[in-house]
Design a protein around this ligand. Structure first.
Ligand code: BMA
Length: 330
């Protein structure tokens, strides 16, 4: 295994030495690849990953894996946990992908925002669950093309807030939309635009895991996609949003902080992809356990610190008005 090279940058996320922590070969039923898991801590402290599993048709479903320490000894559901239901939800015809889990405090339920894929393109669907056994589908809440969505854990000024990534002619930027009831959505606002030109996060950005609540605001780990002659490079950056006004970006870092460098991130079905959809916070209240898909093939873990991410943003971040053209960096 090739070691990750130290090039002198701050290291904010450290790969687990046992990576990848989950592979298709670990599955109790035939699976081609397992990647891009949503994550949450259950009430008893168990880590639950809701993994995207791709079969040999090329279509994805979701499957839960549970572990006491969040690293190994995973108990994987014997059958798919959430399977596409195109008869009732035609937007799921070509599978369901990339779940992000948020525990909704007022409903006392987990909300799973996922990508529903069909001939119309990828859209954002939502399902609620108490136990990751039975699910109550809410259907498509953002029409195609839209993906990379997660809810905030509680209403802000009477509304649930969904972060998501619609794609438009102008590019793929991160938006927030509001709803009083998880069914009717409005108040759409762009909150983090992709940059332009040569930047690592030019043209296409998207939320990675759900926002992380910190004493200084909501920490966003987002992905930026760079198109190169040999394909796309998926890397991660940081931004901070105001606690009571989560559409207001307080700081955005200029550099990426984590990207595909290890062999299992460089090589796979889609090489050069590190794609987290979930995190858990350690018992110290500071450790971020970041679960990510590696090269659309396996599941890996990297750990970071909320305090260190905020300290890094203080040095490397700048305030940014979400609607502004990014004159300073063009
Ligand atoms: C994105 C999503 C992810 C995937 C990534 C790299 O657009 O489809 O599910 O991991 O591309 O293929």
């Amino acid at each position: 295994m090739t070691a990750v090279v130290d090039r002198g940058f701050d290291v904010l996320f450290t790969r687990h030495p046992g990576n990848p922590i989950l592979r298709a070969a670990d599955w109790p039923y035939p699976a081609h690849t397992v990647f891009n898991p949503g994550a949450t801590l259950l009430r008893d402290g168990t880590t639950l990953l809701l993994c995207r599993v791709e079969d040999r048709r090329g279509l994805s479903h979701l499957c839960a894996a549970r572990s006491v320490n969040g690293v190994d000894n995973w108990a994987i559901d014997a059958k798919p946990t959430l399977w596409p239901d195109p008869a009732n939800y035609p937007e799921e015809l070509w599978g369901i992908e990339d779940p992000r889990i948020t525990f909704l405090e007022d409903l006392n339920k987990y909300a799973v925002a996922y990508t529903a894929f069909s001939h119309s393109g990828p859209g954002v669907a939502l399902a609620l669950t108490s136990d990751f056994v039975s699910f109550e589908r809410c259907g498509l809440i953002m029409q195609p093309d839209d993906k990379d969505a997660a809810l905030l854990p509680r209403k802000i000024d009477g509304n649930y807030a969904l972060i998501h990534r619609p794609t438009a002619d102008s590019g793929a930027h991160i938006w927030m939309s509001l709803s009083p009831d998880l069914h009717n959505w409005g108040g759409h606002k762009q909150i983090l635009p992709a940059r332009k030109g040569g930047w690592w996060d030019a043209n296409k950005v998207g939320l990675s895991p759900p926002l992380i609540e910190t004493p200084r605001g909501w920490l966003m780990i987002y992905h930026g996609v760079r198109n190169t002659a040999s394909g796309s490079l998926y890397r991660l950056g940081l931004a901070l949003f105001a606690t009571n006004q989560p559409d207001h970006c307080l700081l955005r870092g200029d550099s990426w902080v984590f990207g595909p460098e290890a062999d299992y991130e460089r090589q796979g079905d889609v090489g050069n992809v590190a794609f987290p959809c979930g995190f858990t916070i350690g018992t110290d209240g500071d450790t971020i356990n970041l679960y990510y898909g590696a090269a659309d093939t396996s599941i890996a873990l990297a750990t970071g610190s909320i305090a260190q991410c905020l300290a890094w943003l203080d040095v490397h971040g700048r305030p940014m008005h979400p609607d502004a053209e990014i004159k300073a960096v063009e």
